[in-house]
Design a protein around this ligand. Structure first.
Ligand SMILES: *Cc1c(COP(=O)(O)O)cnc(C)c1O
Length: 369
């Protein structure tokens, strides 16, 4: 075995080193133009990100959580409405629902792909249901054909939470282009990440796009012309310029994530753990490479002793958190989400991960299991 390496869960500096001159010149250009707020950098990023997805409109905003909240508000979802979200996701998805005054309704997830279970979604629909927010968790697309079918049947809005799934595809079509709107996060560790908080909304609906843009910018329709009360949730000029520098690399980085995942799949096959799966109809972009193991805490502790940092995304299903105790759920209401959250372990996986590092992680896991 190799001598001990030190492998972080995410290595943002390795990526910076690979494109240092592009990033440095992007940042200095913003400073040169004082293009901090609503500058050309923001418009350029919105255009190029919309083009990457093949969608008509992209609205930059302050972060991926705001993005969900703004879309819900623009769609008129609020008090008295219910919104169905997966039991296993990052809390932003449900938080945004509460923020607009609507009620969070959880649906269980599937054990194969960790995404929302359409059968449970169907069961949770009431006369108050207004929207479904599928999450393409870890970079694996949710079953959008079934979600869209249910939404059509019950006249519900669909907002795709794409925070972890830039450029993922379902049946050959980019995720983010199925629902009424989709939201992205450009948090530094995401597949396309800024150097601070940043987010975006995409849609093909022009009216919805105009309304989202106004809400993000104090309700402004024009200078000193406020058509409604909005908020301040704009994409910052520096972050937009950094994203402009990074966006042209996203296809290449996505393929590297996928090939690194394949290398892990091969190196880890036959061990007593469950590997992440990729549905034949989907293109997984491996924001996270999540295995399932018994004795997770012991395994992660032993990996750490070998210099390998892991994570758990996320250790508790949302309905089991204190924040949602007011819903009076028991863990058995969401058996799959509760079960998988006790076993999942995220291994380091990023485009810059070397074969040597992958081999070291695999050999270490072998010796531990
Ligand atoms: C990161 C993330 C968000 C929120 O993004 P922020 O930019 O951090 O606000 C929303 N949903 C999911 C699933 C995420 O992973």
């Amino acid at each position: 075995m190799n001598a001990a390496l030190n492998i972080p869960l995410v290595d943002l500096h390795a990526q910076y080193e690979s494109i240092k001159s592009e990033i440095d010149s992007a940042i200095s250009q913003v400073i040169k133009e004082s293009g901090y707020i609503k500058s050309r950098f923001v418009g350029e990023f919105e255009k190029s990100f919309a083009a990457l997805l093949g969608i008509n409109h992209c609205i930059g905003c302050a972060n991926g959580t705001d993005a969900i909240e703004v879309v819900l508000r623009a769609l008129g979802v609020g008090q008295g409405d219910e919104v169905i979200v997966p039991a296993h996701t990052w809390i932003s998805t449900s938080e945004a629902v509460t923020s607009v005054g609507a009620k969070v309704v959880f649906a269980d997830t599937t054990s194969d792909y960790f995404t929302i279970n359409p059968v449970d979604v169907q069961k949770k629909i009431t006369s108050k249901t207004k929207a479904i927010i599928p999450v393409h968790l870890y970079g694996h697309p949710a079953p959008m054909n079934k979600i869209m079918e249910i939404a059509k049947q019950h006249k519900l809005f669909v907002i795709e939470d794409c925070a972890q799934a830039h450029l993922a595809e379902f049946q050959g079509k980019k995720i983010g282009t199925f629902g009424d709107a989709a939201t992205f996060s450009f948090f530094p560790g995401k597949n396309l990440g800024a150097y601070g908080d940043a987010g975006g909304i995409v849609t093909n609906n022009e009216e919805l796009s105009t309304l989202c843009r106004r809400i993000c910018d104090h309700g402004r329709a024009g200078k000193h012309d406020h058509s409604l009360e909005g908020r301040n949730s704009r994409l910052d000029g520096l972050q937009a310029a950094i994203l402009n520098a990074k966006a042209p690399h996203l296809h290449k980085w996505t393929e590297l994530r996928r090939s690194n995942a394949k290398k892990f799949n091969q190196a880890l096959s036959g061990l007593s753990l469950v590997l992440p799966k990729e549905d034949a109809e989907c293109k997984h972009v491996y924001h996270l490479y999540v295995i399932q193991v018994e004795n997770r805490e012991a395994v992660s502790e032993k990996l750490l002793q070998k210099g390998i940092h892991t994570g758990v995304h996320y250790p508790r299903a949302l309905p089991n958190l204190t924040a949602y105790s007011y819903l009076n759920h028991s863990p058995s209401d969401f058996p799959v989400a509760t079960e998988v959250t006790s076993k999942i372990l995220s291994l380091p996986l990023y485009p810059e991960l070397s074969d040597k590092q992958i081999d070291y992680i695999a050999q270490s896991l072998k010796s531990i299991l």
